[in-house]
Design a protein around this ligand. Structure first.
Ligand SMILES: Cc1ncc(COP(=O)(O)O)c(C=O)c1O
Length: 360
């Protein structure tokens, strides 16, 4: 008699749905907040030249020393306070494993879904803390929630995915003053807004910042994220890190890419311009409410059911993200693409809203 596998699985995992990525070849893909500009050919040539002669027969540098040195130059933070991960997703998981297992994690919601997933996988309990009606974070509410027994980690995201707003530095400072838990600020979209909590790192040993190469730097496929924190937190998270977590090619490519920041800065500027144009154009589509954003994406609510809009857009060749959960009813999120992609999305949205309205 074989064992029943379902009885062996940790019970908190039974309710966890595996992460699902919809795959629709040939559509305009505006669902994952990637950088839709082609990777700059001159940067690619530079990476290829750097790879030439490397064999990859050896394990990668477990300390990612070259990449961390390059990141120190970029962020102004000392290399000893920088760790790199296989995407910032891995760092979120490692933070949970280091601090949260068996405890609670306060998450300012609505936000990126993977915080709760990684907390659950690590055997911690996610505690959602709803943001205000304008999606702002009330520091006193966070401090009160973080003061509950068992809370080890607080997660904030700025600019927040999917609501697009940032958390003012003074709010973050107040939260750090009032809480004894580890406070994580995910700055995955930092480059699109230029606001960072880096200046607070020197004063607060329980502050952790997360960043990624997946968004502004267009490197989502190579999976490189990084963490900025005090030496104690960095050392502690280093204990759960897999030794060879970031592969040699990704380390090299990410470090090389940082030499080409002006090329990316120009694209980031274009994306921010397109975002503001798209916001204005969406405000003119009947039945659509769109929220301002400091990231490379826009949250919008529709008078038609979100599922109808999602399918109407897909039928017209545009893939967006449907959110529509209990904390964001009737909402979708669109990533800002290149002007042609944005125009296609706008046309599809206007047609979908018009046809849905007439059908109703
Ligand atoms: C807020 C936020 N953090 C982290 C990530 C994951 O980034 P990475 O590709 O570095 O794992 C995302 C991706 O969508 C995100 O939106």
């Amino acid at each position: 008699m074989y064992p029943e596998i379902s009885k062996l699985i940790r019970k908190e995992l039974l309710a966890l749905e595996p992460y699902h990525v919809p795959f629709h070849p040939g559509v305009v893909k505006l669902d994952a907040n990637e950088n839709t500009y082609d990777f700059p050919p001159e940067v690619w040539d530079d990476i290829v030249r750097a790879v030439d002669g490397q064999t990859f027969g050896r394990y990668p540098d477990p300390t990612a020393a070259d990449l961390r040195a390059a990141l120190a130059g970029y962020t102004g933070v000392a290399p000893e306070q920088i760790s790199v991960g296989n995407g910032s997703d891995e760092l979120i998981q490692n933070l949970m494993l280091t601090f949260a297992t068996g405890g609670k994690v306060v998450i300012a919601t609505p936000t990126f879904g993977m915080y709760a997933v990684h907390a659950t996988i690590a055997g911690a309990t996610p505690v959602p803390l709803p943001r205000g009606p304008d999606f702002s974070v009330d520091p006193e509410a966070v401090i009160a929630a973080a003061g509950q027994p068992g809370v080890r980690v607080v997660i904030l995201c700025s600019p927040n995915n999917p609501t697009g707003n940032t958390i003012p530095l003074e709010v973050t400072r107040r939260i750090l003053e009032g809480t004894r838990a580890v406070v994580v600020v995910d700055e995955a979209y930092y480059e699109f807004c230029g606001e960072t909590a880096v200046p607070l790192l020197a004063d607060y040993p329980h502050l952790v910042l997360l960043r990624t190469f997946s968004k502004a730097f267009g490197l989502a496929g190579l999976r490189v994220g990084y963490m900025l924190a005090g030496k104690e937190v960095t050392e502690a998270v280093g204990r759960v890190k897999q030794p060879f977590n970031v592969n040699a090619f990704s380390q090299l490519a990410a470090a090389r890419l940082l030499k080409w920041r002006p090329v990316f800065a120009e694209r980031i500027r274009k994306i921010c311009l397109s975002r503001d144009e798209l916001l204005a154009a969406m405000q003119g589509v009947p039945g659509v409410t769109v929220y301002p954003s400091r990231g490379n994406f826009l949250l919008f609510r529709t008078a038609l059911p979100a599922r109808t809009v999602y399918e109407g857009l897909l039928k017209r060749g545009v893939l967006v993200r449907i959110l529509d959960g209990p904390d964001l009813p009737g909402c979708l999120r669109v990533s800002v693409g290149q002007p042609g992609e944005n125009a296609q999305f706008l046309k599809a949205l206007a047609e979908t809203m018009a046809s849905g309205a007439s059908a109703g």
